[in-house]
Ligand binder design. Structure first.
Ligand code: AMP
Length: 188
């Protein structure tokens, strides 16, 4: 399965991607995690990306797209993947289409998680990542509305909207239902 998980920061994409990835036997590919790994290892890419992460700005499309292309070339992504946090701009969506068509592949679904902004901000403040200060959180929400909401238009017909409010288990169950997958199998 090749699935995109979309939605504002704090919607729980990463949490759901971990669970669904185990459930479906495909890797969870998070561009945020990939960037944080580079930042932690102080690679050239990490040194370039750090200031964007700290400010809640998007890392330039070219850098991001090259990183995703490289990650999807790893053998574990051959049978599918759950992309979390990419594409975040219309240009990235076009780049992903080109990457997939070169591989003779297509997406199966796009899951859009929704939640009220106050719920998102509360969750992120509780999470406490270094880029989770209230100012940066609010800025990431604005960037999401400006740059990422328009990406959904690129996937008309593939998008399934899931309300990302309630317990992790409830949201997983809703997501599986939205994808037309059985809920009964353990995810652990
Ligand atoms: P996330 O873990 O998805 O919340 O992403 C954390 C940060 O990584 C974002 O605020 C951006 O600075 C950067 N980032 C993650 N994914 C992307 C992307 N697709 N395009 C540009 N920047 C990204």
């Amino acid at each position: 399965m090749r699935i995109l998980l979309m939605g504002p920061p704090g919607a729980g994409k990463g949490t759901q991607a971990e669970i669904l990835g185990r459930r479906l036997g495909v890797p969870h590919v998070s561009t945020g995690d990939l960037f944080r790994d580079h930042v932690g290892r102080r690679t050239p890419l990490g040194r370039e990306a750090a200031r964007f992460l700290d400010a809640g700005e998007l890392v330039p499309d070219r850098v991001t797209t090259d990183m995703v292309r490289h990650r999807l070339d790893q053998p574990d992504a051959a049978r599918g993947f759950l992309l979390d946090g990419f594409p975040r701009t219309v240009r990235q969506a076009h780049a992903l289409s080109a990457i997939l068509s070169a591989r003779g592949e297509a997406l199966d679904a796009v899951v859009e998680f929704t939640a009220p902004e106050e719920v998102l901000v509360r969750r992120l403040l509780a999470r406490g990542r270094p880029d989770d200060t209230e100012d940066v959180i609010r800025h990431r929400q604005r960037v999401h509305h400006r740059e990422t909401v328009p990406v959904l238009g690129h996937y008309a017909g593939l998008v399934r909207t899931v309300e990302a409010v309630g317990t992790v288990e409830d949201i997983t169950a809703r997501t599986l239902r939205a994808l037309g997958l059985p809920e009964g199998v353990s995810t652990r």
